[in-house]
Design a protein around this ligand. Structure first.
Ligand SMILES: [Zn+2]
Length: 269
């Protein structure tokens, strides 16, 4: 599933293509979850921002087109260099712009979502409404992360995946950040120093992944192709292999239905 670095990579690549462009045609799959895509016809995009794993395209009439890529969602540009390679039965929505290009939302498994809301009104999208701070927010401190974990009874891995502790982290970067911060994913409470290490680790892991264009394991593609962060993962998906820090064997278990990998030595309780 695309996480913060993948969505941010797409945002940076897509932004210059759509800013100040007017949607001259809009279409979608008949499914209810993609129908809102059609409402955007006639509107002009004024900004493309990101909140957690959501892309938010602001329009000139004070509305926002919100796109969540789900598990397999991709945003692609047709009419550009990739033309003709992307139009297939998995195309769920599209917006033709007055520069002659078309933004295509392709989603094989259809866990993605499209919504159109009044600017800033996320009452119908609870995950977005209740989202925690952006990990790169300059106001976010280790103490604030610690404060937000206090009194929570869920495991730190689950808290990360919930989007309420910080925004944008999924299974890949949760495992990578907890490994770098030397925090056991099963812990239900963490210390102040651990919270600071976790925030530092998240910023390191996420910014490196953005620089590498994201992690391409299954379906994720950015506008220029595959990311390269998958070649740099130290923990996620490496259960049974040797820890690159201490040479112990990495272990895995399921925490809240998600496979979690950790080093029993570096991330001991
Ligand atoms: Zn280790």
């Amino acid at each position: 599933m695309p996480e913060l670095p993948e969505v941010e990579t797409i945002r940076r690549q897509l932004r210059s293509e759509i800013i100040n462009q007017t949607v001259v045609r809009a279409g979608s799959h008949e499914s209810q979850k993609f129908l809102p895509a059609r409402e955007i016809k006639g509107r002009r995009f004024t900004e493309l921002s990101r909140r957690g794993k959501y892309l938010i395209a602001e329009c000139d009439d004070q509305t926002e087109l919100i796109v969540h890529l789900g598990m397999t969602g991709q945003l692609l540009i047709d009419g550009g260099e990739q033309s003709s390679t992307i139009l297939d039965q998995y195309q769920r929505a599209w917006w033709s712009l007055d520069n002659g290009k078309t933004v295509v939302f392709r989603d094989v498994r259809r866990f993605g979502r499209i919504a159109v809301v009044n600017k800033g009104d996320y009452s119908q999208i609870p995950t977005l409404r209740d989202m925690g701070p952006e990990p790169f927010s300059p106001e976010l401190t280790g103490d604030e992360v610690w404060r937000r974990t206090r009194g929570r009874r869920r495991r730190i891995k689950t808290q990360l995946l919930s989007q309420r502790l910080v925004a944008g982290v999924g299974n890949i970067y949760a495992d990578e950040a907890l490994f770098l911060a030397r925090i056991n994913p099963s812990l239900r409470s963490i210390s102040r120093p651990q919270a600071q290490r976790l925030l530092d680790a998240l910023r390191t892991i996420l910014s490196e992944a953005i620089e590498r264009g994201g992690t391409t394991i299954r379906d994720y593609r950015n506008l220029e192709g595959e990311g390269s962060n998958q070649h740099h993962l130290k923990c996620y998906g490496r259960a049974g292999q040797i820890c690159l820090v201490c040479a112990s064997t990495l272990r895995s278990r399921v925490i809240d239905a998600r496979t979690t990998t950790w080093c029993p030595q570096c991330q001991s309780r």
